[in-house]
Design a protein around this ligand. Structure first.
Ligand SMILES: Cc1cc2nc3c(=O)[nH]c(=O)nc-3n(C[C@H](O)[C@H](O)[C@H](O)COP(=O)(O)OP(=O)(O)OC[C@H]3O[C@@H](n4cnc5c(N)ncnc54)[C@H](O)[C@@H]3O)c2cc1C
Length: 510
């Protein structure tokens, strides 16, 4: 049955029970669930995975991220105001189609602080619905296995085996990559819906939400989207229907602002007509800092995505291995690789994610006419000292990892027979107990773990049912609603929430 259409081929005016904006990680399970009983239009600005088959393969993931942006490539690049490079998905399935595949559920702290009174039985069922469709466990790669042993040796125990549950210690988690390296992202959850009720439009960029001001609260009654040829389409929701924004952390606050919901003074400075004054739209933007050590491995190492994680209360440590074209200029003097240098450099990356984080920033529009222009965002990494001290703790744990027996075999031997690691990029400071050089290291080598969130927080912009406060028939369901990042990696929880809220909406309506 055909469900996916080019936006060009759809009528200029249509009507549905529900409109979901953004066919991403949360949007796909939500649209699939609503389609079990009602007609749903899912609007996605990107193309299909079939048109970009690299996204379906673990070994091509790096190529996907390196691809030149032609306006339709699945990984859209953006740089935060502090100069940290980042990506956002632009494809059916959203960022779940360009990510590392790591699948791990939320921690209890997230559930307790999220502002939502969860029905934990329904949460479990929703996670299971996702897991049963797209999650696998593969045999640990040699690199993941060595780092897992190193984490245990360095005291991040116990060994919790293989589980998608969040548990202090070290574990193997699930993955949306199967044992053949094929990706099963959020797009596959669409198959769980009733496809005859589901219309999916690709290359459909939503410009604005349409409101009725007939009642005391402005009510979302439809959207305006543009197709690839620049033609404008209108889609409306029927009585009792709703518009749901699942356009992601940057897309959802951007669309609220473009539609006249946001801080009054900001909207008037942009000459955007005010629909509802909401001071917190685009506020509390957060991105978990990532600091990384890249080890050049002295022998060819099979590339592998993340399979294991070390979980503490302050930080998480994950790892992956990959190859880069050999570039002799990057090798420090004094070391030479044995055996002979391969044409590709094998790299083992050990990465850390600061829990939370507590530092937050702001998002504002780059253009009030062009929705394709990624908004500006400033995350203010490490502006909260607790984030910095958590990073320092993690870097000192990195130091312990490098002293473990499990990683010893990944060292080089220099001309004098001295064994040591060879780093690509800055090595850790030599004195790991000097807090000030560790803090400098954290700040100067900060990158993104790509788990950015905020802008439409529960309790500030949306209520505990994810309804936009002060409006009717409008919700936001995606990572923009998060007060903190759920667990070690967010995609499992975003998919769970799509399913959970979808079922809740169906129950409310009947
Ligand atoms: C490189 C990278 C690696 C990552 N690795 C992992 C990992 O291993 N495990 C993990 O759990 N998480 C990982 N993440 C994070 C995770 O993938 C994201 O947090 C999550 O996918 C975000 O889900 P979302 O539903 O909020 O938004 P998205 O999945 O980004 O969905 C938003 C969708 O809305 C569409 N959209 C936006 N604006 C419009 C508009 N105006 N009109 C129509 N459509 C629009 C977008 O094209 C997109 O498809 C990674 C992220 C990146 C970038």
């Amino acid at each position: 049955m055909k469900s996916v259409y080019e936006a060009n081929d759809l009528p200029l005016v249509e009507e549905y029970d529900y409109i979901v904006i953004g066919g991403g990680t949360a949007g796909c399970p939500l649209a699939a669930t609503l389609s079990e009983k009602y007609s749903v239009l899912l609007l996605e600005r990107g193309n299909t995975p079939k048109a970009h088959p690299n996204v379906l393969s673990a070994s091509k993931n790096m190529a996907t991220l390196m691809e030149e942006d032609d306006g339709d490539t699945p990984a859209q690049r953006f740089t935060s105001e502090e100069g940290v490079e980042n990506f956002r998905g632009r494809i059916l399935g959203g960022t779940s189609m360009i990510n590392g595949g790591f699948f791990s559920e939320a921690d209890n702290d997230f559930l307790a602080k999220s502002g939502v009174e969860w029905d934990l039985g329904e949460v479990d069922k929703a996670y299971k619905w996702v897991r049963d469709s797209i999650v696998s466990y593969s045999n640990l790669s040699a690199w993941n296995s060595a780092v897992k042993e190193a984490l245990l040796e360095a005291g991040i125990g116990p060994d919790n085996g293989a589980t998608t549950k969040h548990k202090l210690g070290t574990k193997q988690s699930g993955s949306t990559f199967d044992d053949q390296g094929r990706r099963h992202g959020a797009v596959e959850l669409l198959n769980n819906g009733d496809l005859k009720n589901l219309r999916i439009a690709i290359h459909a960029s939503v410009k604005r939400i349409i409101f009725s001001t007939e009642y005391s609260n402005p009510a979302a009654i439809g959207v305006i989207y543009i197709d690839r040829k620049g033609r404008s389409h209108k889609a409306f929701v029927r009585n009792k229907g709703e518009v749901i924004l699942s356009a992601g952390t940057l897309g959802s606050p951007q669309l609220l602002l473009l539609s006249g919901i946001g801080p009054q003074s900001y909207l008037s400075s942009q000459h955007i007509p005010l629909v509802h004054s909401q001071p917190n739209v685009g506020k509390f933007m957060a991105d978990n800092p990532r600091n990384t050590i890249n080890l050049i491995i002295p022998f060819p190492l099979q590339g592998s995505s993340g399979q294991i994680v070390g979980i503490t209360n302050d930080y998480y440590i994950e790892t992956f291995a990959y190859s880069l074209p050999f570039s002799p200029t990057k090798l420090p003097f004094g070391f030479y690789p044995r055996p002979l240098t391969p044409p590709q450099l094998s790299l083992g990356s050990i990465v850390e994610k600061v829990v939370g984080p507590l530092s937050t920033g702001t998002l504002w529009l780059a253009s009030k006419t062009n929705v394709k222009a990624t908004p500006h965002v400033q995350f203010n990494y490490f502006s909260n000292p607790i984030d910095l001290s958590r990073c320092v703790g993690a870097m000192s744990k990195f130091g312990e990892l490098l002293k473990t027996k499990s990683l010893d075999g990944f060292k080089y031997v220099d001309l004098n027979g001295v064994r040591d690691f060879m780093f690509l990029g800055p090595p850790l400071p030599t004195n790991l107990s000097d807090d000030s050089s560790m803090e400098d290291y954290c700040r100067s080598s900060v990158t993104s773990f790509w788990h950015y969130h905020g802008g439409c927080l529960v309790g500030k912009v949306v209520d505990e049912n994810f309804k936009v406060i002060g409006t009717d028939s409008l919700r936001v369901v995606d990572a923009s609603t998060f007060v903190m990042s759920p667990g070690t990696n967010p995609q499992a929880t975003l998919m769970m929430i799509g399913r959970y809220i979808g079922l809740k909406m169906l129950r409310e309506r009947t």
